[in-house]
Design a protein around this ligand. Structure first.
Ligand SMILES: [Zn+2]
Length: 431
């Protein structure tokens, strides 16, 4: 059982005074009034009474980072099965270990994942995991972070878990910080019927739909061989792409496929560190996606293939890779990177967040520039390229403070102990 929450400012009026407010659209020095979980007012010298005032002078306030693709319970498998490419890593190590995880294990893994997300400035994560992972919602409620919880379904020789989606959706809806989504694992792990059924259910329930797509060359070749089409073309032919679809990776794509994605309104979640670590080869053509006007988000992927859940690190790596790929130092624009990591992710998940604007969800991060971000110069460059998780001072989610002075307000050390015990058992095969 995870302890109940003890947040500062639960339901109260918060005033953030004197910060430099930076989102993907503008930079202003102003105060901000937060009420009922939303940003109510932005302006200079706000006079309204607040129950609590946070002094942000000399600090930078950004929208909370949105991790658009991760598998939180995989914290259980961090620093495990190193040095294998995706297909072998999944079949030989990850899936057998995951099969041993109980609902409680997923919750423990999720708890540690949520803690790490918050401490590195993430206020919402798109979690994709198997049936049972609805329990991660309890961890997010307890630590105060937002989740979109995608039920991961696939055909794996036995019957798929499609029949359990309804139960998953209603269990997720019981958690106050979570909303449900449906994920078909990938075009190679799901048959045509399951892909169509999965998207059909998401449409019927008005939920976000997610899948891994065009992650590796192996997947690309298998898809062409089996269906005579490249993965994105195949997904389009089945009617899977629209504004409520989120495509993780989408790296091995042609210009034509980028055009298809942009036109459909589907979003892509670029996971640069996971791609590098699993040696997927090539580099996602992010600049071409941007030129095509696609909705771009960033993700870490699971802690087993990253190995952190740090979105600040992810912004920097995404930018560096684009500079390197295009032999162009102007690629990986820092303002764009912040937009992808905040507004892009929020848009992809259907959240009115990722901006610092009146009426938006009060999901915010206060950064202390310390010694490593100064002198600020271009503040976007400071955020995307100089910042690290140690600069994360305060994290506010839905108007409530989750992290203060770089520490979680509600972290339970006993849950960490239980996590370590269970991770040991799962990895040693004794569970
Ligand atoms: Zn993934």
């Amino acid at each position: 059982v995870i302890p109940p929450s003890l947040f500062f400012g639960a339901g109260c009026v918060l005033l953030v005074r004197g910060g430099t407010l930076v989102d993907g659209f503008s930079v202003i020095k102003a105060d901000m009034l937060i009420e009922n979980g939303k940003i109510r007012k932005i302006g200079k010298g706000i006079k309204e009474k607040a129950e609590r005032t946070i002094d942000a002078s000399g600090k930078i306030v950004i929208p909370g980072l949105v991790n658009a693709h991760t598998h939180l319970p995989m914290t259980m498998l961090r620093n495990y099965a190193e040095g294998k490419p995706l297909e072998r890593w999944l079949k030989e190590d990850v899936w057998p270990a995951e099969a041993k995880m109980t609902e409680n294990d997923m919750c423990l893994g999720g708890y540690m994942g949520v803690a790490e997300c918050l401490l590195s400035g993430t206020t919402c994560a798109a979690d994709m995991f198997f049936f049972g992972s609805h329990a991660v919602g309890a961890a997010a409620d307890s630590l105060n972070m937002r989740l979109v919880q995608f039920m991961d379904i696939m055909d794996s020789g036995k019957e798929s878990d499609f029949g359990k989606c309804g139960a998953f959706i209603s269990k997720v809806r019981k958690h106050k910080m979570s909303k449900p989504g449906i994920a078909c694992h990938s075009v190679s792990r799901c048959g045509k019927e399951l892909l169509v059924e999965g998207k059909g259910l998401a449409r019927k329930e008005n939920l976000a739909f997610q899948m891994h797509v065009a992650e590796t060359r192996t997947e690309l070749f298998e898809c062409i061989k089996a269906h005579g089409k490249r993965p994105v073309e195949y997904a389009e032919s089945l009617g899977l792409l629209d504004r409520q679809t989120l495509l993780a990776h989408a790296s091995w794509v042609t210009k034509r496929e980028i055009g298809i994605i942009a036109k459909s309104g589907a979003a892509v979640a670029h996971c640069p560190i996971s791609n590098l670590k699993l040696a997927t080869g090539g580099i996602m053509p992010l600049e071409q996606y941007r030129e095509a006007g696609a909705c771009i988000a960033l993700g870490t992927d699971g802690a087993s293939s990253n190995n952190s859940l740090d979105m600040i690190e992810t912004m920097k790596m995404a930018g560096l890779l684009q500079k390197h790929r295009y032999w162009d130092a102007a690629a990986g624009n820092p303002k764009d990177l912040l937009t992808y990591a905040t507004y892009g992710g929020a848009k992809a998940l259907g959240l009115d967040a990722g901006r610092i604007a009146e009426g938006c969800l009060a999901d915010l991060v206060i950064l202390d520039p310390m010694e490593n971000m100064v002198p600020l110069g271009d503040v976007y460059t400071a955020i995307a390229y100089s910042c690290s998780r140690k600069n994360v001072e305060t994290v506010i989610v839905g108007g409530k403070v989750s992290v203060e002075n770089g520490k979680l307000l509600n972290f339970d050390a006993k849950t960490r102990e239980r996590f370590l015990e269970r991770a040991d058992a799962i990895r040693s095969g004794s569970s």
